[in-house]
Design a protein around this ligand. Structure first.
Ligand SMILES: Nc1ncnc2c1ncn2[C@@H]1O[C@H](COP(=O)(O)OP(=O)(O)O)[C@@H](O)[C@H]1O
Ligand SMILES: [Mg+2]
Length: 420
C-alpha cells in the first residue's frame, strides 16, 4: 500500500494533498529518494515552489525527511511491475514530471515511457538509445576515442584467453571493469562489484569472472596515475547549458568512488573541451558527470560518463548552479541558459559518506590496488579532526533540519542490514 509521509515532520493526509486538478503547483515525483542527489532535488524544487513527492525502495528515504517532501511512496523493487504501481500512485496524485536519479530508474522509466506519457507524466531522462551510449562503458570509451578524447589504453576481450592477452597489451597493473554497471534481470538488476585491479596473470581470472556479464566480457584498461576529476553538465540535445566542477578532497572509497568532501572549483578548459566534444557526439540530453583522471602532464584520460545526477549535486546548488531547477524547466519546455559563473571554494561534506570512508579504510586496501592507501590514524583524523575552513554539512540546513537526522537513520539501517 502506498504510504503518505509520516516522518517526524508534518503529517499529511489526502485531504491536504489533493489530486492534480485541485493543485495549482506543478507536482514532481523524485525517485531514488534514498540518495543524496534526491535530497538535493527535493530541496531545490521545493524551494522553487514545486510540490515534491518522493519514492524509494527504502523505508525512510533521506529525501522524504525534507520539509519539502509532501508524500512518499515505497517502491516494491526495481522491476517494471513495481514501477507500474508507482505510476498508478503518481497518476492518482496528479504528478506531471517523474525524475529518475539512478541508471536503473532511468532505464525502468524509459522502458514504459509511453505508459507514463499516456497518464500525463513527463519522464525526466533521455530515451534509452541515448542513455545506453553512456551506461555501457565499452561504448563510451569507443565513442570518446572516435572524437579525439584521450582514454586509458583499453581492450575489449571476448574470452578469458583474450583477457590475458589484453592484460599483456595494456600492461600490469590493469583495471578490469564490467561493461555495464546495471544489467536488467527478471528480479531487478544485477550488481556490478565496481572496478577490479590485477597485478599479475594469477590475479586476473577471478577479477575477470566476477565482472563477466553473460557473453559480455569485462573491458581491460591500463591503470593510469593522476587525480580523479569530474565536470558536471546539463545538456540540451548535445548542447551544454550549464557547467560545474569541483575538486575532490576525499573519496568515499579511497581507491576511487564518489566523494565525501569536495570543493567547488573553476571548470578547467582542459577538461571542459573534451567533455563538450564528447557530450555533443553523444547528443546527450539531461544531466551528466564526465569523469577524468588527470596527471597534469598527459591530456586528461576519460574514465566514464555518469549520465544522471551525481552524488555531490548539493555542492553545485550551494555554489550557485541549480541543476535540478534548470532541468525541470527544460522538461517543461523552456529553453534555458544558466547564469555564467558560480562561487569558487565552497566546501560541502557528506558526513555519512565520511563514515563509510572510515569503514573502507578499516577494511584495508582492495586486493591489487596499486597506489598508496590511507591508514587508520588518518581515518580517525579525517572523521573527527578539523575540516577545511567554511565546510558545510550536506544534509544540514537550519530551515530544513530533519534530513540531518534521516541520514543517520538510513545509514544505520543500511549498516545493520549488511551485518545481519
Ligand atoms: N584506468 C584507470 N586508471 C586508474 N584508476 C581508474 C581507472 N579506471 C577507474 N579508475 C578508478 O576507479 C573509479 C571507479 O571506476 P569507474 O569506471 O568510474 O567505475 P564506477 O562505475 O564504479 O564508478 C574511478 O573513479 C577511478 O578513481
Ligand atoms: Mg565512476
Amino acid at each position: 500500500m502506498p504510504t503518505l509521509i509520516s516522518r517526524p515532520a508534518p503529517e499529511l493526509d489526502r485531504a491536504r494533498l489533493p489530486g492534480g486538478t485541485a493543485s495549482r503547483r506543478a507536482r514532481v515525483l523524485v525517485l531514488d529518494g534514498q540518495t543524496t542527489q534526491a535530497l538535493a532535488c527535493v530541496r531545490s524544487l521545493g524551494r522553487a515552489g514545486y510540490d515534491v513527492l518522493v519514492a524509494s525502495d527504502c523505508r525512510w528515504p533521506l529525501g522524504a525527511w525534507s520539509r519539502h517532501s509532501r508524500a512518499r511512496f515505497r517502491v516494491k523493487g526495481e522491476t517494471v511491475a513495481a514501477f507500474a504501481e508507482l505510476r498508478a500512485w503518481a497518476r492518482r496524485l496528479g504528478v506531471s514530471v517523474v525524475l529518475p536519479l539512478t541508471e536503473r530508474s532511468c532505464l525502468l522509466c524509459d522502458t514504459e515511457r509511453a505508459a507514463w506519457t499516456e497518464v500525463g507524466i513527463t519522464v525526466g531522462c533521455a530515451p534509452t538509445d541515448v542513455l545506453m551510449q553512456a551506461f555501457d562503458k565499452g561504448r563510451v570509451i569507443a565513442r570518446a576515442e572516435a572524437c579525439g578524447v584521450s582514454v586509458p589504453p583499453t581492450q575489449f576481450p571476448d574470452s578469458l584467453a583474450a583477457c590475458h592477452a589484453a592484460a599483456e597489451v595494456v600492461g600490469f597493473p590493469c583495471v578490469v571493469k564490467a561493461r555495464r554497471s546495471n544489467v536488467p534481470t527478471e528480479m531487478g538488476f544485477s550488481r556490478d562489484p565496481g572496478p577490479g585491479y590485477a597485478a599479475s596473470h594469477a590475479e586476473l581470472d577471478q577479477t575477470v569472472q566476477a565482472r563477466r556479464q553473460g557473453e559480455h566480457w569485462p573491458i581491460i584498461q591500463s591503470w593510469v596515475a593522476g587525480q580523479g576529476k569530474g565536470v558536471f553538465a546539463l545538456c540540451d540535445h548535445g548542447r551544454v547549458v550549464a557547467w560545474f566542477a569541483h575538486e575532490r578532497l576525499r573519496d568515499v572509497q579511497p581507491s576511487g568512488s564518489g566523494s565525501s568532501l569536495r570543493r567547488s572549483a573553476p571548470t578547467e578548459a582542459r577538461l571542459r573541451a573534451p567533455a563538450e566534444r564528447l557530450l555533443a557526439a553523444l547528443e546527450w540530453h539531461g544531466p551528466a558527470m564526465v569523469e577524468f583522471r588527470d596527471d597534469d602532464v598527459h591530456p586528461p584520460w576519460l574514465i566514464e560518463v555518469n549520465g544522471r545526477f551525481w552524488g555531490s549535486l548539493a555542492l553545485a546548488i550551494a555554489a550557485g548552479v541549480d541543476f535540478p531547477l534548470l532541468w525541470m524547466r527544460m522538461l517543461e519546455g523552456e529553453t534555458v541558459t544558466a547564469a555564467p559563473g558560480y562561487r569558487d571554494g565552497v566546501v560541502v561534506r557528506w558526513l555519512w559518506g565520511d563514515v563509510k570512508r572510515f569503514l573502507h579504510i578499516l577494511r584495508g586496501r582492495p586486493p591489487g590496488y596499486p597506489a598508496p592507501y590511507p591508514g587508520r590514524a588518518q581515518a580517525v583524523r579525517e572523521l573527527f579532526g578539523p575540516q577545511p575552513a567554511g565546510t558545510r554539512i550536506e544534509t544540514w540546513d537550519r530551515h530544513d533540519p530533519w534530513p540531518a537526522v534521516g541520514e543517520w537513520v538510513q545509514g544505520l539501517r543500511e549498516l545493520a542490514a549488511r551485518i545481519t
